[in-house]
Design a binder for this molecule. Structure first.
Ligand code: GLN
Length: 604
């Protein structure tokens, strides 16, 4: 099956394959050997998938496209300030080979015209072990995700005829923009322009720039994150020479062209495009490649300044502890206390990429809620990334909330724990899941509100068990006599998922946990029962197999009504059976109501 994406590229290829406008670059004699029919179109996605149609594996020389990438290397070698002191970032409106230097300083207008690119070469360090051209080759190769090599014939051809570029080199030397013999630097520049690439390589280089400098094919860091915006910035304003204004207006993507016939375009954060066709227009840009990019930008809505989607807001939903509680059965008074004071605990589920614009509404909400709550749980389960700006804002708001008496905690923070700790958050405010975070905050609220608060009694007699609340002493005596006693050590499984349900349990001391098996080594806690509470009713009543595991979380003692005894109660003491069933029914009503509140909060 063919992907519709490939089909889109194929349609474009067919549309322009017969377009024969333009001419081969001939000022570098070797370039006239190109086949005017060569035509390839590639899109590389940010996760490293390459769509390709046409001559996408045909090698050609990268020429000026190399200027954009090697600018990144110069910035890494010398730092932004130093590079900017020698090479401007202003579109010149001149042709690529113009001898255009700023009057006075002699600084080239920008690194995308030849003067700026030769000056850029001069900025790249010759290390003891590697020459400039070796370092440039490695750098570009990392961006492409494969080893690039120089086309010696094209290099010799340009070197033999490139007197204009030599003149530019000497001018740069004259103004002190380059400090060494310009002849070597210009040779390095010719070699850099003669690196062989394919149209697929260009798309991957574009995807690397789209992916914050990380090559999506190899996962390798190719360009330092901090300079990606500098590289894309000059591409956007100067990448298409004296057609740059038209280009950014019509196509709206940072791009760079070369006289070999290639164009590399980038949709930042999203994808890279490589198009190759050697027939050039008067500016030295590939005629077909320009048309393809214009159509692609329009058909796929890629224009950077008119994005068809905005990132989703970071706040996915919010609720408080009157609506959603930790997964444990609370004693009635504690439960009622939380229904009353639960607003003091606010949960905010966040999602997507946390950037200034998506995160700002979260900050606004935190400021608004501060007077009404004492605990805020930020659930990071659906957060894809958090940038430095948000980390700073989070640290500041966390501190302010703290001073105000509101504690900020996180759950599902494991992936982001490193960043959060670096921003000054302690590990003890990071909980593995929302259940654990809620439990801790609930305990704090309960302790503050209920004097002498004890979460649960240490033990309960049968008369104190909720399902026997209506029984008279006679009935309790019968139950005492006939109910089996069992005990389990902490960690022991009392009930296995899937097993037959012939018993109904009440806890008389210790506690048990209901665990739903997610897969072979993960489970989720659904409920916790403490003395006085019963478990196992559901399957006991409807006869279906057990739906979850029951595990002792502390040494536990239970009393058990088994099926024969229950049947006997039905036959001989029908009113006792009715009392027990009535209590179970009331408990189920309460649980259902609680579930409804929770579901409506979680659906909002
Ligand atoms: N090597 C070529 C030159 O300097 C690069 C020009 C280009 O691709 N626009 O003339």
């Amino acid at each position: 099956m063919k992907s519709p994406v490939t089909q889109i590229l194929r349609t474009l290829h067919e549309r322009y394959a017969s377009l024969r406008e333009g001419h081969l670059a001939d000022y570098i004699p070797e370039l006239t050997k190109a086949d005017p029919d060569w035509f390839g179109i590639c899109i590389a996605t940010r996760d490293g998938h390459v769509y390709e149609v046409g001559d996408t594996r045909q090698k050609f020389t990268i020429q000026s496209i190399s200027k954009a990438i090697s600018y990144g290397l110069a910035l890494e070698d010398r730092g932004e300030e130093h590079v900017l002191s020698r090479i401007g970032v202003e579109p010149s409106g001149d042709a690529f080979n113009a001898i255009s230097l700023k009057p006075g300083s002699g600084a080239p207008f920008n690194p995308m015209i030849n003067a700026g690119a030769i000056a850029t070469c001069g900025q790249i360090l010759n290390t003891g072990t590697e020459t400039r051209i070796q370092r440039i080759t490695e750098y570009l190769s990392r961006c492409a995700g494969g080893q690039l090599a120089i086309d010696e014939q094209v290099y010799r051809s340009e070197s033999a005829t490139g007197h204009r570029n030599r003149a530019i080199g000497w001018m740069l030397r004259n103004f002190g923009i380059i400090d060494e013999d310009p002849r070597d630097i210009v040779e390095t520049y010719f070699q850099q322009c003669s690196l062989l690439v394919t149209c697929a390589d260009l798309a991957v280089m574009g995807a690397t720039l789209a992916n914050q400098g990380l090559n999506p094919l190899t996962g390798e860091r190719a360009i330092a994150h901090e300079y990606v915006d500098n590289v894309l910035g000059v591409m956007a304003s100067c990448g298409m020479y004296d057609w740059s204004g038209e280009w950014i207006y019509r196509v709206g993507l940072p791009a760079k062209s070369g006289v070999g016939g290639g164009i590399l375009a980038v949709l930042p954060g999203q994808l890279g495009i490589g198009v190759f066709s050697p027939l050039l227009d008067a500016q030295g840009n590939s005629v077909r490649a320009i048309r393809v990019c214009m159509d692609l930008a329009r058909d796929l809505a890629l224009h950077m300044f008119n994005p068809s989607a905005v990132p989703p807001p970071a706040l996915r939903r919010a609720y408080n502890a009157t609506q959603v509680n930790s997964r444990r059965r609370l004693p009635v008074d504690a439960f009622r206390t939380l229904r009353r004071y639960g607003e003091r605990i606010r949960v905010m589920e966040l999602q997507g990429a946390l950037l200034f614009s998506t995160f700002e509404p979260v900050i606004r909400e935190l400021v608004r809620q501060a007077p009404y709550c004492q605990h805020v749980i930020l659930n990071l389960a659906y957060v894809a990334s958090i940038d430095d700006v948000c980390l700073r804002m989070l640290r500041d708001i966390g501190k302010q909330l703290g001073d105000y008496g509101v504690k900020l905690v996180f759950c599902h923070a494991a992936r982001l724990a490193k960043s959060l700790t670096a921003a000054g958050f302690e590990l003890d405010v990071m909980f593995p899941n929302e259940d654990a975070a809620l439990e801790s905050c609930e305990n704090a609220v309960l302790a503050a509100v209920m004097q002498d608060h004890r979460m649960e009694p240490e033990s309960a007699t049968l008369a104190e068990c909720a399902i026997f609340a209506d029984c008279d002493p006679e009935e309790i005596r019968l139950l005492e006599e006939r109910m089996e006693s069992i005990s389990h050590a902490a960690g022991e499984t009392i009930i296995q998922t899937g097993s037959r349900a012939d018993e109904l349990f009440v806890v008389t001391s210790g506690s048990v946990e209901v665990r739903l098996r997610l897969d072979s080594n993960r489970s989720q806690r659904l409920d916790v029962f403490s003395p006085g509470m019963s478990f196992g009713e559901l399957a006991f009543l409807d006869g279906s197999p057990r739906s979850a595991d029951i595990v002792a979380v502390a040494p536990v003692k239970c009393r058990v009504i088994n099926r024969p005894f229950f049947d006997e109660i039905g036959a001989r003491h029908p009113s006792l059976k009715a009392k027990i069933l009535n209590r179970i029914a009331l408990q189920l009503c309460e649980r259902l109501r609680q579930a409804n509140v929770e579901i409506s909060a979680l659906r909002s």
